[in-house]
Design a protein around this ligand. Structure first.
Ligand code: G6P
Length: 614
């Protein structure tokens, strides 16, 4: 979490930094700050609790000159989200300033040592320790800034992406990373630094993704050099960005989340384009082609993920076990990495991640790597760390997702899992040709069906209005719809702050049923399929306790309509794609409720989109 930016060149740094921070706000929005190296060689720092907008209001007409600068938007880990703990942080004499994303794990030991040596700290952050450490080294050994940074980083444990300025070397900016991302954009005699490419794309398409334990030394006149923590010269690998600027803007929608919900027909189409041909009857995922044999022969598939991506993984379990008949285990990356799991060489580990940067997922992958498993990724952000550390994988091609609550990233993850399971099932001959063909047709028809479903948005909004004041909500589903109940509940609590729980419909009677009364909205997925009748029985149990029932049903359903308070229809489809279609009404319900409750839909409190700390 936390977003960092930097600029060195001929332009005014201030507007570039502010715009960049706004793009990175999804990574945290507890406080924001910038540091500008001014003409008189002084560093001017502005920082403020709150969002980037609060920062710009605070700065007002104050001086913002300078062509070198750094900025930060924070998701608090060590220390309250207040003005003092906001980044940038400076050395005791104010000559060195830095921004940091990550956690310095041994900050306490270092801090005590530095205090003994006379350093005085202002904040409670781990970051301030790092800037004092750099100052200490520089003062003692008189080395250049990059060398002081290098020596300091060798003493530090934990994760970092940092950008550093010094008044002693005003034509330089130093950046380094380990476990937190950092991208450097290369313009004409200018450089842009950011946690991801979104602040950079409008200025240049040429970027270098800094690797772990690398330090970039960027000089206004002499250009960029990269060295390793061990002081070895590294040649930068310059890549071209594929991202388009329009993808990062709201395009007329009130919120990014709504735009991203409405983008799903296009996003899902992009996720299977060129990978599926229903006329010729094939599925082919270029990114994993060379590993298909290995996956088909896997002893077991372990899918690791966090948050919404974990819900996608649960649906993946149904897909792989049903279509490819390979045993699947789904794990929270944060649990998996700490519980000494049994991983064998013929296991295939699939990491699912929108950002491709989630710290726990990365750590779990690292552990699986050490134990010899094959690693695959299902990732949205092109060039992200998970896409680079895995053996192979496929991008979801959802395009940048800015709203903190994941929408299109999730449905494209499901699409890709379906494609993978079909490809492997076909190879293992565990799926009949007929079923294979039906499923290809179903996937191909999804964008059109979602368009149709989105036409009911006004009606869904009217349903949302009925439940906007609820204090609790229950979401129920069976089979592959159970993870969608979990995801529906997560969406509601994330953005509207209503407590919600997802449950397998049949498990309701083992606990949650005690909560049901006339004030409890119960959202149920009751679409046609082999669980239909069982779910209808569960629905009766809800109604018998006077719960308010909102059911997602297949178009034309009458039985549930007679019992439920509201029904929301999804187009007729095979139950194979129900998880994808049933997700959309839940996204819209949460969105509308959150708007009606005047919540910040795109930036819900306490959350961040990219969780780069464990
Ligand atoms: C955060 C986000 C979620 C996301 C989760 C996992 O909690 O707010 O939307 O599902 O991280 O992130 P990943 O990028 O790995 O999918």
């Amino acid at each position: 979490m936390c977003g960092i930016v930097g600029y060195i060149g001929d332009k005014r740094a201030y507007p570039i930094l502010i715009k960049g921070l706004s793009r990175l706000e999804y990574r945290g929005y507890d406080s924001a700050g910038i540091a500008l190296l001014q003409e008189d060689n002084a560093i001017k720092i502005y920082k403020r609790q709150g969002k980037v907008l609060d920062l710009t209001e605070f700065i007002g007409d104050a001086s913002t000159e300078g062509t070198v600068g750094i900025g930060h938007t924070r998701w608090a880990t060590h220390g309250l989200p207040n003005d003092v703990n906001a980044h940038p942080h400076s050395s005791g004499d104010g000559s060195i300033t830095l921004v940091h994303n990550g956690i310095i794990e041994n900050y306490d030991v270092l801090k005590k040592e530095l205090i003994k040596r006379g350093h005085v700290f202002k904040s409670e952050t781990d970051t301030e320790v790092l800037v004092h450490l750099i100052e200490d080294i520089k003062e003692k050994s008189g080395v250049a800034l990059e060398e002081a940074v290098r020596i300091a980083l060798n003493e530090v444990h934990g994760a970092y992406a940092i950008v550093v300025l010094s008044t002693d070397e005003p034509d330089k900016i130093i950046a380094a990373k380990k476990s937190s991302p950092l991208v450097i954009g290369i313009g004409e005699d200018e450089y842009y630094l950011a946690s991801d490419a979104t602040p950079i794309v409008e200025y240049t398409k040429n970027v270098v993704y800094l690797e772990d334990e690398q330090i970039a030394i960027i000089h206004r006149k002499n250009g960029m050099r990269i060295i390793s923590l061990r002081n070895k010269e590294v040649s930068p690998y310059v890549q071209e960005l594929e991202m388009q600027l329009e993808e990062l803007e709201k395009g007329g929608y009130e919120h990014f989340m709504l735009k991203e919900i409405y983008e799903q027909p296009r996003a899902i189409h992009d996720s299977f384009r060129g990978r599926l041909n229903s006329k010729e009857g094939w599925v082919s995922l270029g990114g994993i082609k060379d590993y298909e044999e290995q996956i088909a022969n896997a002893n077991r598939i372990i899918i690791i993920a966090c948050g919404t991506s974990w819900h996608a993984a649960l649906v993946g379990e149904y897909y792989f076990e049903d279509l490819a008949r390979i045993p699947v285990e789904v794990e929270y990356a944060s649990e998996f990495r700490y519980r000494n799991p049994i991983i064998r060489k013929d296991d295939v580990v699939i990491a699912i991640s929108q950002s491709g940067e989630t710290a726990d997922t990365l750590a779990a992958l690292k552990m699986a790597r050490e134990q010899g498993a094959t690693l695959l990724g299902i990732v949205n952000v092109v060039g992200s760390t998970i896409s680079r550390v895995t053996d192979a994988g496929s991008y979801t091609h959802a395009g940048p997702e800015i709203g903190v609550a994941s929408t299109k990233a999730f449905t494209t993850q499901l699409t890709l899992l379906a494609l993978m399971a079909l490809a492997i099932g076909k190879r293992r001959r565990t799926i009949t040709d007929k079923k294979f063909q039906v499923y290809l047709n179903e996937l191909e028809a999804l964008p059109g069906k979602i368009e149709k479903l989105l036409e009911s948005d006004d009606y869904i909004k009217s349903v949302a209005a009925e439940y906007k004041d609820a204090q609790n909500a229950l979401y129920l589903g069976r089979g592959s719809s159970f993870p969608i109940a979990l995801e529906g509940a997560l969406k509601l609590k994330e953005i509207s702050y209503i407590h919600a729980e997802g449950y397998p419909a049949a498990e309701m009677k083992h606990g949650p049923i005690a909560l049901i009364d006339e004030n409890m909205p119960v959202f149920v997925i009751a679409t046609q399929g082999h669980n239909y009748e069982k779910v209808v029985s569960n629905i009766q149990e809800v109604k018998a306790r006077k719960g308010k029932l909102i059911a997602i049903v297949t178009k034309g359903d009458t039985a549930v309509r007679d019992i439920a308070d509201h029904v929301i229809e999804i187009p007729t489809c095979d139950e194979f794609v129900v998880p994808i279609l049933a997700t959309i009404p839940f996204q819209l319900i949460s969105y509308h409720i959150a708007v009606m409750r005047e919540c910040n839909v795109d930036q819900p409190r306490n959350l961040a989109k990219s969780v780069t700390v464990e």
